[in-house]
Design a protein around this ligand. Structure first.
Ligand code: NAD
Ligand code: GLY
Length: 362
């Protein structure tokens, strides 16, 4: 499979996304983006035995240290970012050092945040190892951690110097995680790329069967969409918010159920179906559109019904903590049609409550 190179165009902070097979072993890809001797690789206990050695083999000419964090969304906290700072300081890392985040979205978000803060910013590279991280979290510079009162509430925009997405690492990803990544892939089709949505309807079985060509195409098309959105609106003053389709509901599910119970992609799948239901109540989507959306998530082996324990009152309370809200008012991304998202909008409380009380409820 030939390597693809996309560019996130951000002026003098533009950077490449490399997509392909066998990239983890291409030392030149890494070293061309590393400016000085000190390199800190941040990963977790699951990924380290699988891929850390392969990465370290490419870094023999550097002084490399590693931080191996526990695995899980519940560890995406300031305390664990502090462990990265502790190691950087104990090993006397200076400002020209480079941090490599090797892992899924949790490691990427925490590693990126540590890089953004350490000595007010050191270089960092993303090596995403989940489908979700390859199609979404490693691209665009959103970094940060969770707070007990809200998902991703502490963070910074901080762009990597490159993203290395090696489709081969997905071989070891379990089926549930693969499906979770597909939730964010489907999102791009829904918000801005109806042709891609239709392609996904045709190729969902191939993706679930891990057909390499299909996966590489889905990663590339997703990254292309994300790169265009980020280039247009890096700090989410406008169109970037559309990438949060379903996420306000989804974050409420993740927080309400307890971090780690629902995978991020699973919560987003449910939340997107709730957003689709609300878009129908607004008169934008048809019943057929909503059925198609639910059918695609279902075929992707994702949940589409909110957990019973989060009732509409709890949803409203949790959704009140969201970065899109203005003056405490909940604002949501909805769909005008499949392939066309709104910017964040105030939604009539009655319609929102109808969705929260009726969609997926017995
Ligand atoms: P994750 O990082 O928890 O990874 C999922 C699981 O897969 C973990 O157990 C991990 O150890 C394991 N794993 C990773 N790579 C593997 C591999 N190749 N083989 C076997 N196991 C592997 O979860 P995720 O879905 O990658 O990321 C979710 C996180 O990303 C959430 O915290 C979410 O908020 C964040 N996110 C951030 C952005 C952003 O723009 N920064 C966008 C979307 C999601
Ligand atoms: N995942 C949403 C964003 O990057 O803006």
């Amino acid at each position: 499979m030939p390597m693809k190179k996309l560019l996130v165009e951000l002026g003098d902070r533009s950077y490449p996304i490399y997509i392909g097979s066998g990239l983890l072993n291409q030392s030149g890809l890494y070293s061309q983006h590393i400016r000085a001797k000190q390199v800190m690789v941040v990963t977790n206990v699951t990924i380290a035995p699988l891929y850390l050695d392969a990465v370290l083999k490419n870094l023999l000419q550097f002084d490399v240290e590693t931080v191996i964090l526990p695995d899980g969304e519940q560890f995406k906290t300031l305390d664990h970012v502090t462990q990265i700072f502790d190691k950087l300081l104990a090993d006397k890392f200076s400002r020209n050092a480079t941090l490599i985040a090797l892992g899924g979205g949790v490691i990427g978000d925490m590693g990126g945040f540590a890089a953004a803060c350490y000595q007010r910013g050191i270089a960092f590279l993303q090596i995403p190892t989940t489908l979700l991280a390859q199609v979404d979290s490693s691209v665009g510079g959103k970094t940060g951690v969770n707070h007990p009162l809200g998902k991703n509430m502490i963070g910074a925009f901080y762009q990597p110097l490159c993203v290395i997405a090696d489709a081969d690492v997905l071989d070891t990803l379990d089926d549930r995680q693969l499906s979770a990544g597909l939730a964010e892939v489907i999102k791009y089709g829904l918000i801005r790329d109806v042709e891609f949505f239709e392609w996904l309807e045709q190729h969902i079985d191939a993706l679930l069967a891990r057909d390499k060509q299909a996966l590489a195409y889905a990663i590339e098309r997703s990254c292309l969409n994300k790169a265009e959105v980020v280039a247009e609106d890096e700090t989410e003053t406008g169109v970037r918010a559309t990438l949060n389709l379903g996420h306000t509901f989804g974050h409420a599910i993740e927080t309400g159920a307890g971090y780690g119970v629902y995978l991020h992609g699973e919560a987003v799948a449910i939340g997107t179906c709730q957003a689709a239901d609300l878009s129908r109540r607004k008169g934008w989507l048809t019943d057929t559109d909503v059925d198609r959306i639910i059918a695609l998530f279902t075929k992707a082996k994702l949940p589409v019904v909110p957990p019973e324990q989060i009732d509409s009152d709890l949803f409203l309370e949790l959704m009140a903590v969201d970065k899109k809200n203005v003056d405490g008012k909940i604002r949501l991304i909805l769909l005008k049609e499949i392939g066309v998202a709104t910017l964040p909008i105030d939604v009539e409380q009655t319609l929102l409550e109808q969705t929260l009380k009726s969609y997926g409820r017995k």
